[in-house]
Design a protein around this ligand. Structure first.
Ligand code: NAI
Ligand code: MG
Length: 484
């Protein structure tokens, strides 16, 4: 299958600036989750392919890419961003078919990818070291240098956004990158490589090896030529990657999802909050690391919030990505069965809103109707574990202290939001909530390419996005000169 107009052959890997055949004899089938059909075949990258990619990246660091100035890196990243914008519709279609995202959500991801390239293009030549006052006769300064070869293992839920935030920042700092996209969705990663090639990114600065996690992903993680690994995905695989990279004493950034709460107080502007409360649950059919899967509501407004959220849920329609409804399918039949497994544990919980799957949705699509539960105990499995599907739980509370205790009462700590008009409470809770990002009277701040992002606890560690990511994708050298 050739994917026009970028003319991609998705069975190939992108290594050393060229499209090459995998050394593996078999390919993987890529499924369209909207109808369960086979979309195309993709490469099943092998240990050998990963090794070739790491070697190509190593050579890039010794060649044109390694010698590029910060300003030159910025210029090529800017061109990649322009290439992304020139292919908005192509990328939107690919992502909608591959991931099952409704078109408008897929298009928003393309725009976000372009924004990451623009942001990191502009940031390349603005990362400075410091001079440090020291003993008589010394001049001391610091240099920010690339790690070297960076590995990027990304999931299927937001391929373009995660490429933007991790590969974009790594390239900005002069690293040479090897990207292992998810086996469930990798077409936009391949398209991105072709766009980067056409923009003139030097050979080997970006390499893409699709394949299975346990094969290509694991090979990349343990490769001795890799100097940093960035991973977004499940907690279990995140732990495995940290163990493996520990053997090579290589730093990792882990973004492992969450169980993020929004806290709604009696004095909140409920009308302003409502779209954020529900969208943060159903966006991308709930398959979002920062999904607000727990809504904590104070008793005085509880009945109103439950009723109004439920009403919105009742209006949601689910169907094929190309029909561009409120929700598309989940990524796979497997993900659907994981989510249905959680719904089967909802026995006795009160359903206060439920969307519907449109009548013409193909029966082999991975559809799940969005479901809102109320009156849920904070320790219920649906209020504790990441479901990664269109399911939200509403938990009532009485006092601010109780709200903080419930909010912080999971193993995760990615994102949290406070809805209240009380400024002192906003400031108190911003400090007390255990999360990498806290939103006051909003949720997600529109995506926020500029805003550092990452978690604590089982949500992981390290920060991507914003300027902060540039520190994570570089290492600091201290130079002390004695001149008398
Ligand atoms: P996963 O963690 O298995 O997959 C994410 C990436 O890791 C993929 O590229 C995969 O190929 C790779 N991978 C898998 N095993 C690997 C290994 N041994 N070594 C190196 N790389 C490996 O996640 P999966 O199975 O797709 O989803 C399961 C659950 O994980 C979801 O239900 C959700 O709860 C969570 N998840 C969280 C995400 C987030 O954004 N934080 C994204 C995707 C999944
Ligand atoms: Mg997996």
């Amino acid at each position: 299958m050739t994917l026009t107009p970028l003319g991609l052959d998705p069975t190939l890997c992108f290594i050393g600036g060229a499209w090459v055949r995998s050394s593996a004899s078999t390919c993987l089938a890529l499924i369209n989750p909207s109808d369960g059909s086979a979309l195309c075949e993709i490469a099943c990258g092998s240990e050998n392919d990963v090794d070739r990619a790491v070697q190509a990246a190593t050579s890039a660091l010794q060649g044109e890419w390694g010698k590029a100035t910060a300003a030159e890196r910025g210029r090529v990243l800017a061109k990649i961003g322009q290439g992304v914008l020139a292919n908005v519709e192509e990328l939107t279609q690919l992502e909608a078919m591959d991931v099952g995202k409704p078109l408008k959500q897929a298009r928003a991801d393309v725009i976000a990818l372009a924004r990451y390239m623009e942001f990191y293009a502009g940031a390349c030549d603005k990362v400075h070291g410091e001079t440090i006052p020291y003993l008589e006769g010394y001049t001391v300064y610091t240099l920010r240098e690339p790690h070297g070869v960076t590995g990027h293992i990304i999931p299927w839920n937001y391929p373009m956004q995660i490429i933007g935030r991790s590969v974009g920042a790594a390239l900005a700092m002069g690293n040479a990158t090897v990207l292992k996209p998810a086996e469930e969705a990798c077409l936009t990663a391949l398209a991105f490589a072709e766009i980067a090639r056409r923009a003139g990114l030097p050979d080997g600065a970006l390499n893409v090896v699709p394949g299975l996690g346990a094969e290509a992903g694991a090979a990349l993680t343990r490769h001795p030529g890799v100097h940093h690994v960035s991973f977004t995905g499940s907690v279990g695989v995140g732990k495995l990657i940290q163990e493996t990279t520990a053997r090579n004493v290589v730093p990792v950034t882990l973004e492992l999802g969450g169980k993020s709460p929004q806290l709604v107080f009696d004095d909140a502007d409920i009308d302003a909050a409502l779209p954020f409360l529900v969208n943060a649950g159903i966006q991308n059919a709930g398959q979002t690391c920062s999904a607000a899967s727990r809504i904590l509501v104070q008793r005085g407004v509880y009945a109103r919030v439950v009723a109004q959220m439920g009403k919105r849920y009742d209006g949601f329609r689910v169907g094929p990505a190309l029909e561009d409804l409120d929700l598309g399918p989940l990524i796979s039949a497997r993900q659907k069965s994981i989510v249905e497994g959680y719904l089967a544990q909802a026995d006795g919980l009160e359903v206060v809103g439920k969307g519907r799957i449109v009548a013409d949705a193909p029966t082999n699509g991975a559809y799940v109707a969005p479901t809102l539960f109320a009156g849920v105990r904070a320790d219920h499995v649906l209020a504790q574990e990441e479901i990664f599907g269109p399911v939200q739980v509403i938990i009532p509370f009485d006092t601010e202290e109780e709200a903080v205790q419930i909010a912080n009462g999971t193993d995760f700590g990615l994102v949290a939001a406070v809805w209240s008009q009380n400024g002192a409470r906003q400031m108190r809770l911003a400090k007390q909530l255990r999360a990498g990002q806290v939103f006051l009277n909003n949720y997600g701040a529109g995506g926020g390419v500029e805003l550092p992002f990452g978690g604590t606890g089982l949500s992981g560690h390290g920060r991507e996005k914003g300027f902060e990511a540039l520190y994570g994708f570089s290492t600091l050298k201290t130079v002390a000169a004695f001149h008398g």
